[in-house]
Design a protein around this ligand. Structure first.
Ligand code: GDP
Ligand code: IMO
Ligand code: MG
Length: 424
């Protein structure tokens, strides 16, 4: 009987899905509350690998209910494809998947605008996933978005669509010189989606409220990471949603007093996809080695991830803005063969040592990491199943991470599968 939120503590891809899958055993309901199909969440079970973009990873467990909250931006085409892929693997979602009536829909013009905006930037490209996330959230804030419930009212849907298409076509043609969109085609496509999505659309805030009142356990599955949060992250090199734990409330319609635990997931090193400052990035052989050993390639776009040492400034920030009750440290095994390992404890900025991250990207890009060097353990950890079995140097490394981030470690992950998990 608990409500737990799992969030990314770095720049995404920390292994949130693996940790959520592990914790789902004790949960009744798994909820996505922000982001959209920009997320790529990987769960490995035996020989089978699942990659989720929209459906909560809890769907793999046959008896769990999954909720897509109002804070998510929903691309119907991707959701239905995901549902179909699951069906082929013998997993059905009927009766177990609930979609908030207030979730905003990603429309074809959002994806075009996402790409057009990126291509038009000479410098300072964000390196988005091209999934229409920014433009969809922009429409939400501008109060012209189309929501899941609108799909169920043909007249209203048509009216909102026509208004949007008229405006977006002007922008696409006149500002970017791109091709325009055929509104009738979009209308017909989304009519078909509406028939298929109708059974899932409901008031998920009421559902969650009642579930919590009945003592059912709810697990919130964050997407992206704290440093990609549009308020607390490395703006403007962020995503367009709030990725932090507070967003579990606004993105699902529960109150902050209902949350019992907030678990931050952090890799034993750091990675980032897309552009923006990254103080501990390794542009040398060590960075390449982490990428190859860790197979650090994006689950959504396949792009190589930028890799670097663990940055305690980043995870300290995450601990603060999420109110973390504990950390789950993943991918410890990737560091098994490094004779020495660096941890960034602070930054050197204009000759001074600073413990907290500067707000603007220009200053952050001028920060030099202050490193402590630790001995590696130089032996495999992927078969270890308890803290005691871990080599002493690995335990010391983890202890130092906990000290520097001022956060207790509750879970250590030593491989992609469920069994490769150490509960502390
Ligand atoms: P998410 O977006 O935070 O859910 O993370 P991704 O799924 O994008 O990327 C994490 C990758 O690391 C996936 O391929 C996982 O299967 C894998 N993974 C998770 N935990 C571990 C671990 O402890 N060790 C190793 N080697 N891989 C892991
Ligand atoms: P998960 O949930 C890593 C990054 C993109 C880009 C920036 C903005 O798998 O951890 P967007 O398409 O959101 O407008 O892109 O955010 N990004 C992610 N990086 N993991 C993710 O999700 C990401 N979702 C978005 O690479 O830099
Ligand atoms: Mg990912």
């Amino acid at each position: 009987m608990a409500v737990k939120v799992v969030v990314g503590s770095q720049w995404g891809d920390e292994g949130k899905a693996k940790i959520v899958d592990y914790l789902t055993e004790e949960a009744d309901i798994v909820v996505r509350f922000q982001g959209g199909a920009n997320a790529g969440h990987t769960v490995v079970i035996g020989q089978e690998k699942f990659i989720f973009h929209l459906i909560p990873t809890g769907i793999i467990h046959p008896d769990k209910i999954c909720v897509i909250g109002n804070g998510v931006v929903l691309d119907p085409a991707i959701l239905l494809e995901e549902k179909e892929n699951l069906r082929r693997k013998g997993i059905t979602v009927e009766g177990r998947l609930l979609i908030s009536q207030n979730a905003h829909l990603v429309m074809p013009y959002h994806k075009l605008l996402d790409r057009a905006k990126e291509e038009s930037k000479a410098e300072r490209k964000i390196g988005t996933t091209g999934r229409g996330i920014g433009p969809c959230y922009a429409d939400k804030a501008a109060r012209v978005g189309i929501r899941a419930a609108d799909l169920l009212d043909e007249g209203l849907f048509r009216e909102k669509l026509i208004q949007n298409i008229r405006e977006k076509n002007e922008i696409l043609a006149k500002i970017y010189g791109w091709e325009t969109i055929d509104g009738e085609k979009v209308f017909r496509e989304y009519r078909r989606f509406s028939e298929r999505l109708r059974p899932f659309i409901t008031d998920t805030s009421v559902f969650l409220h009642q579930a919590i009142k009945q003592g059912r356990s709810v697990l919130f599955e964050g997407a992206q990471g704290t440093l990609l949060d549009m308020d607390q992250g490395t703006y403007p090199f962020v995503t367009s949603s709030n990725t932090i734990a507070g967003s579990a409330c606004t993105g699902s319609g529960i109150g902050p007093t209902q949350i019992d635990e907030v678990i931050g997931v952090a890799k034993a090193y750091t990675s980032r996809v897309g552009n923006g400052p990254f103080p501990t990035e390794l542009k040398d052989a060590a960075g390449e080695r982490i990428r190859e050993l860790g197979q650090e390639y994006g689950a959504t776009t396949g792009r190589p991830r930028r890799c670097g040492w663990f940055d305690a400034v980043v995870v300290r920030l995450a601990s603060r803005v999420n109110g973390l009750t504990s950390l789950a440290v993943t991918r410890l095994d990737v560091l098994d063969s490094f004779p020495t390992i660096n941890i960034c404890t602070a930054y050197r900025y204009k000759g001074e040592v600073i413990e907290d991250m500067p707000a603007d990207p220009k200053s952050l890009s001028q920060c030099e990491p202050v490193y402590e060097t630790w001995n590696g353990w130089m032996c495999p950890t992927s078969e270890t199943r308890s803290l005691k079995q871990l080599p002493e140097a690995a335990r010391a490394y983890l202890q130092r991470i906990a000290e520097l981030t001022q956060t207790r470690i509750s879970i250590v992950s030593v491989g992609p599968s469920r069994e490769q998990t150490i509960q502390l």
